[in-house]
Design a protein around this ligand. Structure first.
Ligand SMILES: Cc1cc2nc3c(=O)[nH]c(=O)nc-3n(C[C@H](O)[C@H](O)[C@H](O)COP(=O)(O)OP(=O)(O)OC[C@H]3O[C@@H](n4cnc5c(N)ncnc54)[C@H](O)[C@@H]3O)c2cc1C
Ligand code: FES
Length: 255
């Protein structure tokens, strides 16, 4: 992990309250970043925002030498980030957390299930799986049509189902409704999104091996403050999302 100060190549609003941020990094820095990892962003210098904000890596473009993240404005920190401009410098810690363990995964088909701000890390994962010759089906869920992003990008990699809570686009309902009604063929699943969604995904897919990525609140991001703990599946121990995760075997944690 390194602390870097790097320029913003581009910042663009891609959906309601949702921004794509492209950062310039060196090739060797980009090559160290794996799907499922996150960066920890210092909102701005000074004492106002002591805690950094964790944001998942959405993509790594080795040719254009850029790291891409996608974030939604939730509170003051992400609001400040949304006002950054091309050329501004940004202070990040990168890469943090454990990636999806796909290097030695020998499977034919993967199912990816993402909800809201849990969708971005699945894009870099989908690209990496397809590069390994693995067939990818993706289910992405949003509150409404206005919040949807990256549908076309996922469609360029495989079959995609889109759900909206209010039915304004795609199928009405939750990502788990697709699991209920479609016959999907896959060997492994990977999921990221809000905790209630992950809980239901785990419930429906408990016969399948899978990984989930948790995006709960964080403090230090490096294992020092215990702000990010989740209970292990046996309920006896705690795991830190920042250093033991954010990616966990679905059977490993209690959510
Ligand atoms: C490993 C990890 C990866 C993440 N990846 C992404 C990503 O790719 N894109 C993205 O948009 N967000 C992501 N998040 C969530 C993001 O970090 C928070 O939305 C952000 O820190 C909120 O900061 P803020 O200052 O805007 O809000 P705050 O002022 O800190 O909080 C404002 C509101 O946002 C809610 N909130 C704060 N943190 C979270 C959270 N982690 N999850 C849900 N609600 C939260 C609070 O409950 C509050 O209502 C990730 C979080 C983690 C831990
Ligand atoms: S955020 Fe500090 S221990 Fe995880």
């Amino acid at each position: 992990m390194k602390q870097l100060i790097r320029p913003i190549l581009a910042i663009e609003k891609i959906a309601k309250d949702t921004f794509q941020l492209d950062l310039e990094l060196e090739l060797e820095e980009l090559e160290a970043i794996k799907p499922g990892q996150f960066i920890h962003i210092r909102v701005r210098q000074g004492s106002e925002f002591m805690l950094r904000r964790p944001i998942s890596v959405a993509d790594v473009d080795l040719e254009a030498k850029k790291l891409i993240v996608i974030f939604k404005v939730f509170g003051e920190g992400t609001k400040v980030l949304s006002h950054l401009k091309t050329g501004d410098l940004i202070d990040i810690m990168v890469p943090l957390g454990n990636p999806y363990p796909i290097e030695n995964l020998e499977i034919d088909r993967a199912l990816l299930i993402g909800g809201g701000v849990g969708v971005p890390p699945l894009y870099y994962l989908a690209k990496s799986l397809v590069q390994k010759g693995i067939e990818v089906t993706t289910i992405i869920g949003f509150q409404s049509q206005k919040e949807i992003f990256y549908q076309k990008e996922f469609e360029s990699l495989g079959n995609v189902y889109v759900t909206t809570d209010d039915g304004s686009y795609g199928r009405q309902g939750y990502v788990t409704d697709v699991l209920k009604h479609e016959k999907l063929n896959f060997d492994y699943y990977f999921s990221c999104g809000p905790e209630p969604m992950l809980r239901n995904v785990k419930k429906y897919l408990h016969y399948f091996p899978g990984y989930i990525s948790l995006e709960e609140r964080m403090g230090c991001g490096i294992g020092a403050c215990y702000a990010c703990v989740v209970k292990s599946a046996d309920g006896k121990k705690y795991k830190k999302i920042c250093t033991d995760g954010p990616v966990f075997k679905a059977s490993e944690v209690m959510i």
